[in-house]
Design a protein around this ligand. Structure first.
Ligand code: GUN
Length: 298
């Protein structure tokens, strides 16, 4: 099915994640300065990177730079890809016991020889700024969140900033990952501002995904398949959020959404790059400040 307007060019408003992320970082820098004045120390984030996945290296560098820019003491521990699980666990035990470390993030994916769940659950849940520890996932699921994962938090922040009403809206999340799909569905289900949506999660075993997607007022694509979402998956006027990022053979980047056609049908759409990505880092900084406040007794 095709909608009228195809071929007419972009009609959707672009949701500028970069600009919003800069505003959030500025605001966070101010709050970090207040924390430093009150506590006498800067919040500290340690990122653990195992191996040399090229994309992970870029993400970790971005996180390090963002920490520096807003007054957070960011540090990266680099371990070789041959590291045993026990070595990584020992590093986490040290970080858990280190009072100068408020937030711990283990960059994913880990080498296949390492049990990701065992590692994540070794992190002190009060330092789990990724929100992946089973305690934090459970707290989000019961509606009493401590740390929620950064990409879903960034998406909700973006929708709120753009004045998109989630209450009563039909939200369709494509993808059921631990990092994005599942926690985003839980956030959109929470009672209150930024939540109260009617949420459907579609995934690789779902049937008739295009027709499920077409019911969405808010469509979030987090499936990891380049440009799978086309204009005939989108209800005219829907808000479309693209979490995917892929490098084409010619070196250019694209998302899970086929931007040129979907932008003709949607009312608002995130670009790739410059949409959701920068917000993930901004929310990590906010979560780190929350962790520092928790450690400082507030
Ligand atoms: N790899 C890709 N996204 C993420 C994320 O949000 N957190 C961590 N720890 N690793 C990732």
């Amino acid at each position: 099915m095709r909608f009228a307007g195809r071929g007419a060019g972009l009609s959707a408003t672009i949701l500028d994640g970069r600009a919003l992320a800069e505003r959030i970082k500025l605001e966070t820098a101010g709050e970090v300065a207040e924390f430093v004045a009150a506590s006498g120390r800067a919040p500290g984030l340690t990122v653990v990177l195992v191996g040399d996945d090229p994309a992970s290296k870029v993400y970790v560098r971005n996180k390090e730079a963002a920490c520096k820019a807003c007054g957070i003491r960011g540090r990266v521990l680099r371990l070789p890809s041959t590291s045993a699980q026990a070595e990584l666990i020992a590093v986490l035990d040290e970080l858990n016991a280190d009072a100068s470390v408020d937030g711990i993030l283990v960059q994913l994916p880990l080498p296949a020889t390492i049990d990701e769940r065992a590692v994540i659950d070794r992190i002190n849940p009060l330092k789990d700024v990724d929100g992946f520890h089973v305690d934090n996932v459970g707290r989000l699921a019961i509606g009493s969140p401590r740390f929620a994962p950064c990409t879903p938090l960034g998406i909700v922040a973006m929708l709120r900033d753009a004045g998109v009403t989630t209450r009563g809206a039909r939200a369709v999340v494509l993808g059921r990952s631990m990092t994005v799909g599942k926690p985003l569905a839980l956030l959109l289900l929470q009672k209150g501002e930024g939540g109260d949506a009617t949420v459907t999660v579609a995934h690789s075993a779902s049937r008739e995904v295009a027709s499920i997607a077409r019911e969405a007022d808010i469509l979030i694509a987090a499936i990891g398949r380049p440009e799978l979402v086309r204009d005939d998956w989108v209800k005219p006027g829907a808000v479309v959020v693209d979490v995917g990022i892929h490098r084409r053979d010619d070196g250019t980047l694209c998302g899970d959404v086929h931007f040129p056609t979907v932008a003709e049908v949607a009312s608002r759409i995130t670009p790739v790059p410059g949409g959701v990505g920068p917000l993930t880092v901004a929310m990590l900084l906010k979560n780190t400040l929350v962790a520092a406040r928790l450690a400082h007794g507030g």
